[in-house]
Design a protein around this ligand. Structure first.
Ligand SMILES: N[C@@H](Cc1ccccc1)C(=O)O
Length: 403
């Protein structure tokens, strides 16, 4: 495979793999493993299709530099205004989720070392660490990301091998949960497969070559699907149904599940390995998303990127709000991921469908058109609307909050 295609696929996979590693095991435990797999497949399909639509729109407007520019050219200022609000909401919701999840993992790691620190302090430490790396610049983010991504994969391999002998077939046969629970899982699953902010970069990187970007998008989004599926099967398979019900009733069920999985194997430092693995999975996504938000805010606010004072102001704008949200909603990890899905559906389904609609009407799409024709566009819009409705249901407490 050409190195550009491989690099692009890894960029997509790296952006996508993240919060899902913590969220998916508890979702699978609550909805039933096989139901979760089916829903994962459907949400993955929607995420992959959305990526192809964005690529088609970018391909038709080679003069635009980023998604903001493409939306501006195709949907005008109103479309751009919607995209700005959705983008900020997405970035802030994700950062809030990563800070809350990261602080819980830090607390678990410190607890193993016999140190008990208040939750708010872990939140501040996690925020400052990421703030520092982003402030220093893209090169440091890149190094940290590479080191943590490779370590995460290696740790995952060791963890999977260690969990395997503890897996029991009867643990995998959990009955699928009631329909409201399955619906409530959709937004979190969809966010776990999100990567779309990097599509314009990928299209530009492969110089708009359709064969390369569609291959990169497919491989890059299928990799997280495989890893998430393997991870969910091995964690759920190692725990009995009674244990899972007990864990699910805890206030911080996401973290409790990780702690319980950590006690399954007697391999030395297994619990520590699980916590470090979870922390790295979150951190790689957090760094990417924080850098994305930082650059986006610099562009919007015209804060000079070279001046240190400007960069300091932008980093405060980037991390202060999500930090406060994480302090006030310590168990807000799953909820924040659900809200992120609403913004992501706007950015990666509704707006792309409108853009592609216009591109095709004006015959700007040659030589690339995403598959599925008008039926594909209609199914994607309806599925997107169901995901948004599910999150509205969760926030109005009509549907259960998972996790
Ligand atoms: N998929 C990412 C979240 C994300 C969504 C959209 C864009 C970028 C990142 C995660 O699980 O952490």
């Amino acid at each position: 495979m050409k190195s550009q295609t491989l690099g692009s696929a890894l960029l997509i996979a790296g952006t996508s793999i993240g919060a899902g590693m913590l969220a998916l095991p508890i979702i699978s435990a609550l909805t039933g493993l096989w139901a979760a797999m089916t829903l994962m497949f459907l949400t993955w399909l929607l995420a992959a299709y959305g990526g192809l639509l964005i690529a088609e729109a970018c391909r038709a407007c080679p003069e635009a530099e980023n998604l903001h520019g493409v939306v501006g050219l195709l949907l005008g200022r109103n479309g751009q205004a919607v995209a700005v609000v959705a983008m900020l909401f997405l970035y802030y919701a994700l950062c809030a989720a990563y800070i809350a999840g990261g602080a819980s993992q830090l607390n678990s790691i410190l607890m193993m070392a016999g140190l008990k620190v208040p939750y708010w302090l872990s939140v501040v430490v996690v925020t400052c660490l990421v703030g520092f790396v982003v402030l220093v610049g893209t090169a440091l983010v890149d190094i940290c990301n590479r080191v943590m991504f490779v370590s995460m994969l290696l740790l995952m391999l060791v963890i999977l091998v260690s969990l395997f002998p503890h897996g029991q077939l009867e643990n995998l046969a959990i009955k699928s949960g009631p329909a409201p629970m399955l619906l409530a899982a959709l937004p979190v699953l969809y966010t776990s497969f999100g990567y779309h902010v990097v599509v314009p970069t990928v299209v530009r990187y492969v110089e708009g070559c359709p064969a390369k970007f569609s291959k990169a998008l497919l491989i890059g989004s299928v990799l997280p699907f495989i890893l998430y599926a393997l991870w969910s099967v091995s964690t759920v398979g190692a725990l009995s149904h009674t244990t899972i019900l007990e864990v699910a009733s805890q206030p911080d069920s996401v973290n409790s599940l990780m702690t319980t999985v950590g006690q399954v194997s007697s391999v030395g430092y297994f619990s520590l390995m699980i916590s470090v693995f979870a922390a790295f999975a979150l951190a790689t996504s957090f760094l990417g998303v924080a850098l994305g938000l930082f650059d986006y805010l610099s562009e919007l606010s015209h804060n000079s990127r070279s001046g240190f004072a400007g960069r300091e102001r932008t980093i405060l704008l980037t991390l202060l709000i999500p930090m406060l949200v994480a302090i006030y909603y310590p168990d807000g990890f799953i909820l924040a991921l659900g809200y992120a899905a609403v913004a992501l559906i706007v950015l990666a389904v509704f707006l792309p469908v409108l853009m592609v609609w216009k591109v095709r009407r004006l015959h700007m799409e040659e030589p690339y058109q995403a598959p599925g024709g008008i039926v594909g566009l209609a199914i994607a819009t309806i599925t997107g609307a169901v995901v948004v409705a599910a999150q509205v249901g969760v926030s109005l407490s009509i549907l259960p909050l998972l996790g």
